[in-house]
Structure formats: C-alpha cells, structure tokens
Design a protein around this ligand. Sequence first.
Ligand SMILES: [Zn+2]
Length: 356
Amino acid sequence: MPEGHTLHRLAQALDTAFAGTRPSAASPQGRFEDGAALLDGREVIAASAWGKHLFMEFAGDQWLNVHLGLIGKFSVASYDLERDGVPPVRGQVRLRLLTTTHVADLRGAIVSQVVTPDQVDDIVARLGPDPLRTEQDPDRAWARISKSGRSFAELLMDQSILAGVGNVYRCEVLFRHRIDPFRPGKEIRRQTWQLVWDDLVRLMPLGVAFNQIITMEDQVEKAELRVAQGRVPELAVVDTDSARRARPGPAGVLAAAVAAVVGDERAADLADESDEGDVDEIDDDEPEDETPASSRFAGVTRGPRVSGTSRRGGFRRKYAVYRRQGEPCRVCGSKIRTKVVAGRNMFWCGRCQRRR
Ligand SMILES: [Zn+2]
C-alpha cells in the first residue's frame, strides 16, 4: 500500500499537470461514468493529499476523492499530441483526465468518488494529523494515543489517529527511537510521541522529494544535504507505478518526463545526471509555497515541491528493521523479529527497543 509520501507526490504531479486547465474526464472502463460526467470540462483548482486520501478540487464545488488502497494506480504523464496522438487506453482505466498535453489514468482504487465540500470536511475530520502537511496539531493524535490500551505500533497505523504513516515508516521510526512497539499507547511517554512526530515531519518530506522511504540516518543526512543544495532526484517519469517498473511506452508517450522541481531550482540544471532529450518540462510559474486560496483545509505539503515522480530515488534501499527478520540488528546484533500487528508485519529488535 502506498504510504503518505506517495500520495503527496501524486497530488503535486496532478496539480502541476492540471491546475488551471479544463481536462476532459471519462471512464473508459465504464465504472465511473457518472463521476466523470460531473468533472468533464471543469477547471481544476488544485490537488492535494491528506494522509492516503487524494483530493482534487474542480470548479463549482466538485471534488474528486481517491484512495488507492492496495492495488490502485494513478499515473500522470505528459505527451506530445502532434507527434504521438492521444495515448491509448490500456487496461481497466476507471477515470481518465485528458488535456492536449497531459493524461492521468486512474486504475483499481478502492475509493473514487466525486464529493461536495461538506463531504470533504467529513473525510478529513475522520483523519488524524498528517506529518506531511503544514498546520497540523500532533496533540490531536496524542489525545487518542495517551488514552488507548492498544499497542503503540498499532496506533501509528490507525489513519484516524495519524494519517499517512504506513508499515515501513512505522517500523523504522519505532526503531530509530528504540521504542517498544507493544507498549500500550497509554504507557507511552508524551516526550516519546513528540520524538516520533518530529521525526516523521523530518523524514516524510524526504520521501516525497526522493520518491523513496529514507530512514537510515546516513542516508537521511545525505538527502537533507541534497535538498539544502537544491539538488533533486533524477528527472522524473510522472507515473505512480513507475518507480520499480519504468518502461518506455510507445514512442515514449507514457514515459514522457517532466523535470522534478525543488523550490525554483530546475532539475534541468542537473543535465549531467539526466537525458534532457526525454524531458518535457512543465512551466511552473506559480510562486512556491502558495496555499491555494480555494483550499478546503488549512496547510500544504511540507518540504520542497516536486512536480514529478522519480524513476528512482537515488538511494540504496536500506532499512534498520523493515523486512530484516532473522538478520542481525545493525546496532546490537540480535535477530530482528517479526509479528503481525494491525494486519501488517511488524519488524523490530527486541533487545534495542525498550523505550516507552
Ligand atoms: Zn538491536
């Protein structure tokens, strides 16, 4: 299941591709015809994410709400109409948004619906604070955690308590602070919760920027340095399922790329690390860090803004505990253990993780 950073990155890609345009909307598969009809030809105001929920605001108070679930994909790509024509529909596309320059195809999501502003409020009200959004109140999560008899590891995965954190961030952040995953929330110290929140606020924007969960401290520091220097990941395919399966499409259509942008630093500046020939840059004239005036809820995605989804994050995939069961702990050498918690495999070091 994609974690919050993937949804925030997707929201930025959709926003870059469609904000201010009036895409046609259709349901080639036929299962979203009514929803598509409501959106067809309307101006896109903005796209944003809260936890694992994606929201795309259209003119006239129509909001597209998507939750990808386990197998959903929402790909966003630029294409050259004159050169290649409209990209062909492949597979079961529930919703296609199309302009003369961009196409977005939604497949397999567990939630795809057009909702009213009041319904948007209701959905967001059921979600906990999101470490990837500004203007969040971690005390709202603490109010629930500190009263709960459920394990801290389980609470971190409860989207109504904390939004956007999935299994990888959960396991890794618990190890980073040596926290006992099985302590009930009510036995966790307030200071421990604050450490976890602050660390997620630090780590998750790097996940957005590099399209990769980065939790090993040496890699975190390198990633932060690259952000501070305005060095962004490789030029990007705007395609949520491309990270591990990047493939050239017919005439490069679906592999059309945009430049990932950090602040106003163009990824094209990193031409030596990229193949500029494949790049189809999107104009990004908007001021950075601007909250859309029409945004239904306060706050924006933290950290550098990116406009694409990287082909790869650029860091070796390496974790402290996640999927390392039976391997030695990198700190103490004990075997990393695993157990199902909140429906997902929890990984932890029984010797190191004692803090509450
Ligand atoms: Zn250990």
